[in-house]
Design a protein around this ligand. Structure first.
Ligand SMILES: [Zn+2]
Length: 460
């Protein structure tokens, strides 16, 4: 290991420790500095190790968490990022934290969540055994010029890592089309049953074929543009799947039972996910893990007991107020949060909606226009809006029916924590990456000084 690499690892570890003391996530900056010292760091720290990478528009985080739990069950540990940063600098930090100062990795396996755009640097560097591609949505217009731009990055990535086995969502026509352009080995997954209770699934009214523009026909739909599709004009169609979810039973707020058909054999397994979009993530993780050679026992055990990402459902107790923090990333993901909130017994009466437009958020806020805020807003809902782009949020929520007298603006995070505590009722906070982190820093200062960013001990 070169002196350059050792220095990069040391600086990364030290700056990560300092940032954590300050209540920060500390996953991006330390890796960024380390990559400046050694631009080959990710490749060097991955060489000779096993890696599973997950990418796609939605579902990366949950899929990654199931995968990491199974790897920990099977091998006792893995390099992973509990905070789900998914750009090259965050991945560099994950690998440095798993390494000694001499650059020797502690764990044989790394479980990595990777942004679609970052895949073209990460795959050639890490050469993973398996790449799971969840789905590719067309609403990433703030980041990509067309529906297939993110796919093209993944194709470029897969071509640069030809021994990587690709695990593809057959229900997404865009993810499927990766197969047409690469020679990598493939495993297919899909969902063959309804995933939501009646009435809350959101289908795209019409879905145009990405090749010829004709309207796709579906023999089965789950939500958004996903389902068993076929193009009547050019003949492209849904690929047969190796691993499918065929039935969802016993749904509760937190879990359900899945019937999985794995290479022709049926298995009924408990899953620590709600019925809904997370079912795709469960199936994706199972497919990726089995493709990596992990035993069914370890995989099913992980599916039943894995720990969800920290701040997806993070809850803070502020004196007599309970605040739950929900992370929104894009239109599709946020509509899924709205579905989840809508499926609860009562709509939240107190909302906090924070909007920023940092690089990690995507620089445009256009995407909030198509989120169906109307479904969780009533004339009596009280909302606090904040974040640098609060005006966009305020304007959209007014449109959704929030009365001006029920909307408060608070752009100072410390004061926002006081405002939330003063509500003395359960509060639902919906915020994007930069704003949720800024709020979290203030919350940690005052309440529950537990460091949720710290690695939870998943070992049993
Ligand atoms: Zn077509």
């Amino acid at each position: 290991m070169s002196l350059r690499t050792s220095a990069a690892v040391a600086v990364c570890k030290a700056s990560h420790s300092i940032m954590k003391l300050l209540g920060r996530n500390g996953r991006s900056l330390p890796g960024m500095i380390a990559l400046k010292l050694d631009s080959q760091l990710v490749e060097k720290l991955s060489r000779g190790h096993h890696t599973i990478v997950t990418t796609g528009t939605n579902g990366k985080t949950t899929t990654t968490h199931i995968v990491q739990q199974a790897i920990i069950n099977a091998f006792g540990g893995a390099a992973y990022d509990p905070t789900s940063t998914n750009l090259e600098q965050g991945i560099a930090t994950t690998l440095c934290l798993d390494s000694t100062l001499a650059g020797k990795r502690t764990n044989d396996w790394a479980v990595i969540e990777c942004d679609e755009g970052a895949s073209k640097t990460i795959l050639p560097a890490m050469k993973p055994q398996v790449l799971i591609v969840t789905n590719l949505y067309r609403d990433q217009v703030d980041r990509y010029s067309s529906w297939t731009s993110a796919r093209d990055y993944i194709i470029e990535a897969a071509k640069a890592s030809p021994d990587t086995l690709l695990v593809l969502d057959a229900d997404c026509q865009v993810t499927s089309s990766i197969a047409d352009a690469v020679d990598n080995k493939l495993v297919w997954f899909g969902v063959e049953c309804p995933v939501y209770d009646e009435g809350i699934a959101d289908y795209d009214a019409s879905v145009a074929c990405i090749d010829c523009g004709a309207e796709l026909e579906f023999s089965h739909r789950t939500f958004a543009h996903l389902g068993t599709w076929r193009c009547p004009k050019c003949g492209r169609s849904h690929h047969d799947v190796d691993i499918a979810c065929t039935k969802i039973e016993n749904p509760t707020d937190k879990s359900c039972t899945l019937s999985l058909r794995i290479n022709g054999t049926e298995h009924v397994v408990d899953a620590n996910v709600r019925a809904g979009y997370d079912v795709y993530n469960a199936v994706a993780a199972v497919a990726g893990l089995l493709a990596s050679g992990i035993s069914q026992t370890d995989v099913f055990e992980a599916l039943a007991h894995f720990t969800h990402a920290a701040h997806r459902f993070e809850i803070f107790n502020l004196d007599s107020t309970e605040a739950r923090l929900l992370l929104m990333k894009n239109t599709a993901g946020c509509n899924q949060l709205i579905n989840m909130i809508q499926s609860e017994d009562e709509l939240p009466q107190k909302l906090v909606c924070l909007l920023g437009a940092e690089i990690m958020d995507g620089l445009s806020t256009e995407w909030i226009q198509d989120v169906r805020w109307e479904q969780i807003c009533s004339p009596t809902t009280q909302v606090i809006v904040g974040g640098p782009k609060y005006q966009d949020m305020q304007q959209r929520l007014s449109q959704a029916g929030i009365m001006p007298e029920n909307m408060k603006i608070q752009t100072n995070y410390a004061s926002l924590v006081e405002d939330i505590a003063a509500l003395k009722e359960p509060v639902t906070v919906i915020a994007n990456c930069s704003t949720i982190e800024a709020l979290r820093v203030e919350l940690v200062k005052k309440y529950q000084p537990v460091d949720y960013w710290a690695e939870h001990d998943h070992r049993k």
